[in-house]
Design a protein around this ligand. Structure first.
Ligand SMILES: [Zn+2]
Length: 292
């Protein structure tokens, strides 16, 4: 009962508090992420919502490997590339357009929530576009993230390396174009925590907190192997924008994945070039409701 109703709100408060008191310590970020993942993985092992989704140790190790590799790739390749390309453009655009609207006088936690919902607003449209346009779906490798049949908290980091070029754009825009500064770091901690919870295989409440924040019930529905269900709930951390723009759905999910079978790791990596023959979730293959 406490886990079902208390886990998500308590984790949100705990990570924001932990960040607030340790904002300038570099280790704060990996430490929070690691603790959130360990806690959720223990709960998934102890009380899985879908017992048949429980990862074997081999699967879990593979997913952790992907998680570490993708985050390492982001730190080693994507972030430095941003530093010399996108970041200066955003800073120059902010100066040219005289954008001085960030409410720096607000309490920092209010700024974090603003950065959170603003980042999620931008991500909502990127994500919706990935599901709408086949070219973007393929170039971003988003299908690889959807290809897992059994989800758990660790799937939050199971993205195609190419997708990292898009996943970091919303935070960069809020930080450098809108001048969000340090608040963006707090928002990033909240986004990553929320993304972990959203994939977790645990029985969690979705009412009230689900008015604004994405719950695992909503996000697992987005991972459905039914195209019409997959084209809903684009907000991975905030569900607010799906409610505002009419893509919110709340229903049971029978099966996750892009088709009846899960591709191998190599097939997942190759998905920008070639999709598995039995893929049912991909823009252009639609047999259900068209992507909106
Ligand atoms: Zn998606």
């Amino acid at each position: 009962m406490i886990i079902k109703y208390g886990l998500q709100p308590l984790l949100i408060i705990a990570v924001l508090g932990a960040w607030f008191f340790n904002q300038t310590t570099v280790l704060t970020y990996p430490a929070i992420l690691l603790l959130v993942q360990v806690l959720l993985n223990l709960l998934e092992y102890w009380r899985p919502l879908r017992p048949h989704w429980r990862h074997s140790w081999r699967e879990k190790l593979g997913l952790v490997g992907v998680y570490v590799a993708v985050f390492g790739f982001s730190a080693a390749v994507v972030a430095p590339l941003y530093t010399v390309s996108l970041d200066p453009i955003l800073v120059a655009a902010r100066a040219a357009l005289h954008i001085n609207i960030w409410p720096t006088q607000w309490p920092i936690l209010m700024q974090v929530l603003l950065a959170f919902f603003l980042s999620e607003f931008i991500w909502y449209w990127f994500h919706r576009a990935e599901h709408r346009w086949r070219l973007l779906w393929r170039l971003s490798g988003h299908g690889a993230h959807h290809s897992f049949k059994h989800l758990g908290a660790v799937n939050a980091g199971a993205n195609h390396p190419l997708e990292m070029f898009i996943l970091l754009v919303p935070s960069a825009i809020v930080e450098l174009l809108f001048g969000g500064g340090l608040a963006v770091a707090g928002a990033a901690v909240l986004i990553l925590t929320q993304a972990s919870i959203a994939h977790a295989n645990i029985d969690l409440n979705h009412r009230v907190i689900g008015w604004l924040f994405t719950t695992n019930r909503y996000h697992i529905h987005h991972h459905s192997s039914v195209m019409a269900q997959s084209n809903t709930n684009y907000g991975c951390a905030a569900i607010l924008w799906d409610r505002v723009f009419g893509t919110f759905a709340e229903a049971d999910t029978l099966e996750a994945g892009i088709g009846p079978t899960e591709p191998t790791l190599l097939q997942k990596l190759m998905m920008p070039l070639r999709e598995p023959d039995d893929a049912r979730i991909s823009p252009g293959l639609s047999t259900g409701r068209a992507a909106r």
